[in-house]
Design a protein. Structure first.
Lengths: 292, 428, 299
C-alpha cells in the first residue's frame, strides 16, 4: 500500500514515482465513485425495460421497478405466438455477414485513403463521405425498385446489400490508420511484401481498437434497422427482429409489456457481441517493434 | 406358377399406375384451372385469424380459387403499400384505411367496383351512409366489412365513489361537464390525480371536435363537396371554446395525463372517456375495470358521431380471371354472414344496418351505443390525415402555450387546412 | 537516369494498387448510394406522390414553396439548435468519461459496458422511459424531485421552449455511449512509452493530457466532430419516438428537418417536396463538412 507520507525514501526519482502513485490512488477512488454514479444514471432505462418485460399488462404503468405480479407470460407469448426465433436468426445472420463485409471493405478503403497518394484522392474521400449526407429513408424507394428488378426481394441479400460498405466505417478507419507509422509500411515494402499483405499483416493489427469499435457499431446498426427490411421483405419468416416486433404495435394499442420484452431480448445479443469485442479495445497495441 | 403370378402382378401394377397417373393429371389440370389472388391487410391478431377462417370457407365454396393472405405490421403499413406501387408489386384485393382512399383512388391505384356486381344504388341502400367516403364521382372503389364509431365510456366504480349513480351516464354536454367536475380529484398542490374526463386531442378527440362538437354548436366542418373548410365561424369558435374550457376553465382533465387517454382510463385514473369501439377488446381484458358504454352526449338536441373504417378494394392492375375471382371474394367479404362473424371475433361494428340493427346487436350493452351512433355518424373525407389531424392539436397549443384567442387559433388552422385541401384538389 | 525511372515506377505501382483497392467500394457507392441519390434529387423537380405512375415536371416550384414555408424554416432553426447545443456537450462529457475510464484498472469491462448500455438499449424502450421521467406530477420523476425541493413543476415535453432541450437530453445520453467507445479506442492507440517518458521528465497529469493525449487524439477528435455534426444534423428517430406519432411538436418546436422530410414523403406522400428538402439538407451538410475538414485537417 502506498502512502504519500512514505515519500521520504531513497532516491528522488523513486520518491516522485511513489508520490505520483499515491496521488493516483486517491484520484482513482474518486473517479471510481463518480463513474459508478454516472453508470447508474446510464443503466436506469435498461433496468426499467427489463422490469417491464416481467410485468402483467395492467402493471405496465405501475412505477415500481419490481413487478407486483412478476410473470414469464410475455416471454412465453413472444417465443410461442410469433416467429420470434426465426426473426432473431435472420437479424443475427444478416448482422454478422454485413459486419464482416464492412470490416473488410471499409478498412481497405480507409487504409487506401490514408496511406496512399494519388490523383482524385480527396474527391473520392468526399464522395464516400457524401454517402452519409442523405437520409436513407429517401433511398428506400429507389432501392426497392432496384431490388424488384434484380429479384433481390424477400432474401437475405435484399436486406443486406445497402449496408455492406459504409462511409462511416471508411472514415473511421482512415482516421485510425493515421496512427500507423509510415516507416513500418516502408520497411515492409522493402522486405518484399505486396500492398495487400502490408495492409493485412502490418497495418490491420495496429488498429484493432478501431476495428472492434466498427464491428460493434455495424452490428448494432444492422440489428436495429427497421424501415428497409420492412420494405424489402413481405414473407413473415424472413423479417428481421425490429420488423417482427412491430407486430405488437397495433392501430390503437401498443402492448408495451410485449414491446419491452422484445426490446429486452433484442438487447442481449448486442450485449454479447459488445462484451466479446470490447476486450479488444482494452488490449491496445503492442509497439515493441518500434522500440527496438 | 411363379411366372404367372408375377405377370398378373405386373399387369395389376400397370393398371393401378395408369389410374394413378390419370388421377394426378386430373388434379393437375384442375389445379391449373385454379386462379390465385392475393389479399393484403395490416396485422391484427383476431383480424388475421378471422380472415384465414373466412378464406377457408370461401375456398370451399369456390374450389377454383386460391386466396393468398399476407399481413404487414400496422406501423408503416401505408408506407409499405405505397412503396410497392412504383415497384409494380401488389395484391389483387387490398385493405386500406378509408382516409387514404382519396390519394390512392386519385392515383389510379384502385379500380371502380364493377357496377354489375356492385350496384351503387344497392350499396347506398344496404350500407350505412358513412360508407360514401369510399365513393368518388358516383362510383364506389372499396367497401368495408366493419366500421368503428365513438361512444362515451365511464368507470362505474369511480362514479359510485363520487356519489353518482353508476348506471346513469351523462347524456348532454352540460351533464358531462357537471359529472366530470364531481369526478376530478386533486392533490394538495392542485395537480390532477384523477381526471374527470380524458382530454387528449391526439387520440380520438379531434374527431369529436370536428364531427360532433362543431355540429352540435350549429356549424359544419366542411362544405358539402368537402373542398372548403367551414368551421372558422362562430359555431367553430364556440365548439372549440367548450373543448378548451374543459382543461382550462373546469380543469377536469389535462393533456398528457398518464401519457394518454387509454392508459389513464385503463389504470382507473380517468372516470370518463370518449373513445372508439376498438377499445372494448382491451378494456375487457382488465378484469378489475367496471365500465359502461353510452352514446356520445348530445347538445342542443343535436346528436352526432364520427365513424371510420378500413375498406377493401380491387387494384387497378387486376384483370381477367383474377378480377372475377377478386369480385367474388369481395362480395363474400361484405356479406352479412361475414359481418356477423367479424363482430363476434373482432368487435368491429357491421357496416350494414341489416346486421347492425339486429336485436341482439343493438341491445348489446357494450356495442349497442356504438351501433346506435352509426345512424347519425359522419366519416370525415381526409385528403391528408396528418396535417388535418395536427391542426387541432396546434390550435389547442396556440391557445394554451401562446395565449392566442380562440378566434386567432381557429382562423389560423382553418387557413392551414384550407391550403392542404386546395393543394389536393388543385390537379383534379 | 535508370534510378529515376525505377522511382516513378514504384509510385505508379502504388497508385495502381490504390485504385485496385478502391474499385469495388467505389462501384458499390456509385450504384447503390450515388445513383439513387441523384434520382431522388431529380424527383425534387416533380410533384410525384409515390403512388401515381406519372411524375409531372414542375421546375423549381418545390423550392419556391420551401423558401416560403414557415415550418421548413422552423425545422432548419431546430436542427441547428440540436447541433450547436448537443454536439459540444456530448463531446466534452464523452471525453471526460473516456479519459477516466481509461485510467482505471479494475472493472474496466464492467464500467465500459455500463456506459455503452444506453446506446445498445432499444430506442423505443429509451424513449418510453424518458417520456415517463418527464411526466407532470404526480408521476414524473423529474417533477417529483423538483417539488421535493419546493420548485415549481415543469412542462418539459409539453412546452414549446423546453421540449427541444428535453429531447436533447436522452439524445446526448445515448450518444455518449458511442463517443466514449471511439474515444477509448483512440486513447488506447496512444503508446504507453510516451507517458512513461513524460513521467521520467517529471510531467504532471495536465501536461500529459495537453501535450501528449490530445494532440495524438486529433484524428479521433476530427472524426467525432465531423461525424457528430452529420449525425446531429440528421437527427430524426430520437424526435420521432419522443413526440406523439412523430409530430415534432408542440407547434413544431422540436421538429428537425429530416422528420419534416420523412412526414412529407411518407405521410403526406409529397415526394417531390421531400426530395427538394433533401437536396437542401445534403448541400448544407456537404458545405459544413468540407469547411470542417479544411479547418481541422490543416497541418
Amino acid at each position: 500500500m502506498y502512502n504519500s507520507n512514505s515519500v521520504k525514501s531513497v532516491g528522488g526519482k523513486m520518491n516522485k514515482e511513489k508520490n505520483n502513485k499515491g496521488k493516483l490512488k486517491r484520484t482513482n477512488s474518486v473517479v471510481y465513485v463518480l463513474l459508478a454514479l454516472g453508470g447508474i444514471i446510464m443503466i436506469f432505462p435498461f433496468v426499467w425495460m427489463i422490469a417491464t418485460s416481467f410485468k402483467q399488462p395492467w402493471d405496465v404503468y405501475n412505477l415500481s421497478i419490481i413487478p407486483p405480479e412478476a410473470t414469464f407470460n410475455n416471454y412465453i407469448r413472444l417465443f410461442e405466438g410469433s416467429n420470434f426465433p426465426r426473426w432473431f436468426l435472420n437479424s443475427f445472420v444478416v448482422g454478422l455477414l454485413v459486419t464482416f463485409s464492412v470490416l473488410f471493405f471499409d478498412s481497405l478503403a480507409g487504409y487506401t485513403l490514408c496511406k496512399f497518394n494519388f490523383k482524385g484522392k480527396k474527391i473520392i474521400f468526399i464522395l464516400i463521405l457524401s454517402t452519409m449526407m442523405i437520409p436513407t429513408e429517401m433511398l428506400v424507394i429507389p432501392w426497392y425498385i432496384m431490388s424488384n428488378k434484380m429479384g433481390w426481394v424477400n432474401s437475405y441479400w435484399g436486406i443486406m446489400f445497402p449496408g455492406i460498405m459504409t462511409g462511416f466505417g471508411t472514415f473511421l478507419m482512415r482516421q485510425f490508420f493515421q496512427g500507423v507509422p509510415d516507416e513500418l509500411i516502408d520497411a515492409a515494402r522493402i522486405d518484399g511484401l505486396n500492398e495487400f499483405q502490408i495492409w493485412w499483416k502490418i497495418a490491420m493489427p495496429l488498429v484493432k481498437p478501431a476495428i472492434s469499435a466498427l464491428a460493434i457499431f455495424t452490428f448494432l446498426g444492422n440489428w436495429n434497422a427497421f424501415l428497409w427490411p420492412l420494405i424489402v421483405i413481405s414473407k413473415t419468416e424472413l423479417y428481421t427482429l425490429p420488423v417482427g416486433l412491430a407486430f405488437f404495435s397495433g392501430e390503437f394499442q401498443t402492448e408495451w409489456e410485449m414491446v419491452m420484452t422484445g426490446a429486452s431480448v433484442a438487447t442481449i445479443p448486442v450485449l454479447i457481441v459488445f462484451l466479446i469485442f470490447q476486450k479488444q479495445i482494452i488490449k491496445g497495441i503492442a509497439l515493441s517493434g518500434l522500440k527496438g | 406358377m411363379k411366372s404367372f403370378f408375377s405377370l398378373l402382378l405386373v399387369k395389376k401394377f400397370l393398371q393401378w399406375s395408369l389410374v394413378f397417373v390419370f388421377v394426378l393429371a386430373f388434379i393437375g389440370m384442375a389445379s391449373a384451372e385454379k386462379v390465385e389472388i392475393t389479399y393484403w391487410q395490416y396485422f391484427y391478431q383476431t383480424k388475421q385469424e378471422t380472415i384465414d377462417v373466412l378464406i377457408d370457407l370461401f375456398e370451399k365454396e369456390n374450389p377454383d380459387i386460391i386466396v393468398k393472405h399476407t399481413t404487414f405490421p400496422y406501423e408503416n403499413y401505408n408506407t409499405k403499400v405505397a412503396a410497392s406501387v412504383p415497384a409494380g408489386v401488389g395484391p389483387n384485393v387490398i385493405n386500406l384505411y378509408y382516409g387514404w382512399l382519396p390519394v390512392y383512388i386519385g392515383a389510379g391505384y384502385l379500380q371502380a367496383l364493377p357496377e354489375d356486381a356492385f350496384d351503387p344504388e344497392m350499396i347506398e341502400k344496404d350500407f350505412f351512409p358513412l360508407v360514401s367516403a369510399a365513393k368518388v364521382d358516383g362510383k364506389y372503389y372499396a367497401l368495408p366489412i366493419a366500421v368503428r364509431s365513438l361512444a362515451l365510456i365511464w368507470n362505474k366504480d369511480l362514479f359510485k365513489e363520487a356519489g353518482l349513480d353508476p348506471e346513469i351516464p351523462p347524456k348532454t354536454l352540460d351533464e358531462l361537464v357537471e359529472y366530470a367536475q364531481k369526478l376530478t380529484k386533486y392533490d394538495k398542490a392542485g395537480n390532477i390525480i384523477q381526471a374527470g374526463l380524458t382530454t387528449e386531442l391526439r387520440g380520438q378527440l379531434h374527431h369529436w371536435v370536428r364531427e360532433v362538437l362543431i355540429r352540435q354548436f350549429g356549424g359544419k366542418p366542411y362544405s358539402d363537396d368537402n373542398r372548403k373548410v367551414t368551421y372558422n365561424d362562430q359555431s367553430g369558435y364556440d365548439a372549440f371554446t367548450f373543448f378548451t374550457d374543459l382543461t382550462e376553465k373546469y380543469k377536469v382533465g389535462q393533456v398528457g395525463f398518464l401519457t394518454d387517454d387509454v392508459t389513464a382510463f385503463k389504470a382507473g385514473k380517468a372516470a370518463i372517456t370518449i373513445d372508439g369501439s376498438f377499445r372494448i377488446g382491451t378494456l375487457d381484458k382488465l378484469e378489475k375495470l367496471n365500465y359502461g358504454v353510452a352514446e356520445v352526449p348530445s347538445h342542443n338536441g343535436i346528436k352526432s358521431n364520427f365513424a371510420s373504417f378500413w375498406a377493401n378494394g380491387i387494384t387497378s392492375f387486376t384483370e381477367g380471371k383474377q378480377l372475377e375471382a377478386s369480385i367474388k371474394f369481395l362480395k363474400f367479404l361484405t356479406s352479412d354472414k361475414t359481418m356477423e362473424l367479424w363482430l363476434k371475433n373482432i368487435g368491429e361494428l357491421p357496416a350494414k344496418p341489416s346486421v347492425a340493427f339486429k336485436e341482439e346487436n343493438i341491445n348489446n350493452p357494450k356495442y349497442g351505443p356504438f351501433i346506435k351512433g352509426l345512424e347519425y355518424a359522419h366519416a370525415t373525407y381526409f385528403v391528408d390525415e396528418m396535417p388535418q389531424r395536427q391542426v387541432w392539436t396546434d390550435a389547442y397549443d396556440m391557445m394554451t402555450l401562446e395565449g392566442k384567442t380562440v378566434k386567432e387559433a381557429i382562423d389560423t388552422i382553418a387557413e392551414t387546412e384550407q391550403n392542404v385541401l386546395d393543394k389536393f384538389y388543385s390537379n383534379k | 537516369m535508370k534510378i529515376r525511372s525505377i522511382k516513378l515506377s514504384i509510385e505508379q505501382k502504388k497508385t495502381i494498387w490504390a485504385y485496385f483497392f478502391l474499385f469495388v467500394p467505389l462501384t458499390f457507392y456509385l450504384l447503390i448510394r450515388i445513383y439513387p441519390t441523384f434520382s431522388s434529387f431529380n424527383i425534387s423537380f416533380t410533384d410525384w406522390d409515390i403512388v401515381s405512375s406519372e411524375k409531372q415536371f414542375i421546375g423549381l416550384e418545390n423550392y419556391q414553396k420551401m423558401v416560403n414555408d414557415p415550418v421548413f424554416l422552423k425545422t432548419l432553426v431546430n436542427t441547428f439548435r440540436y447541433v450547436i447545443f448537443g454536439l459540444p456537450v456530448t463531446l466534452v462529457l464523452s471525453f471526460i468519461i473516456a479519459y477516466n475510464l481509461n485510467k482505471i484498472k479494475r472493472g474496466l469491462g464492467l464500467y465500459r459496458t455500463l456506459y455503452f448500455i444506453p446506446y445498445m438499449t432499444s430506442l423505443v424502450a429509451v424513449s418510453w422511459v424518458w417520456r415517463w421521467l418527464y411526466q407532470p406530477l404526480p408521476l414524473g420523476f423529474f417533477n417529483n424531485i423538483l417539488s421535493f425541493f419546493g420548485l415549481a413543476q415543469q412542462p418539459f415535453l409539453q412546452s414549446t421552449s423546453q421540449a427541444l432541450p428535453s429531447i436533447l437530453a436522452p439524445t446526448i445520453w445515448v450518444e455518449i455511449g458511442f463517443q466514449v467507445i471511439i474515444f477509448l479506442a483512440g486513447l488506447k492507440a496512444v503508446p504507453e512509452f510516451l507517458y512513461e517518458a513524460a513521467d521520467i521528465d517529471g510531467a504532471d497529469n495536465w501536461q500529459k493530457l495537453f501535450k501528449i493525449t490530445i494532440p495524438l487524439l486529433r484524428p479521433t477528435i476530427i472524426f467525432l466532430v465531423v461525424m457528430g455534426t452529420i449525425k446531429y444534423l440528421r437527427i430524426f428517430t430520437q424526435v420521432y419516438s419522443m413526440t406523439f406519432q412523430g409530430e415534432g411538436g408542440p407547434l413544431n418546436s422540436t421538429k428537425p428537418l429530416v422528420l419534416y422530410i420523412y412526414n412529407s414523403a411518407f405521410r403526406s406522400f409529397d415526394m417531390g417536396y421531400a426530395s427538394a428538402m433533401t437536396v437542401v439538407l445534403f448541400v448544407l451538410i456537404l458545405c459544413i463538412t468540407l469547411i470542417q475538414l479544411k479547418v481541422l485537417e490543416e497541418k
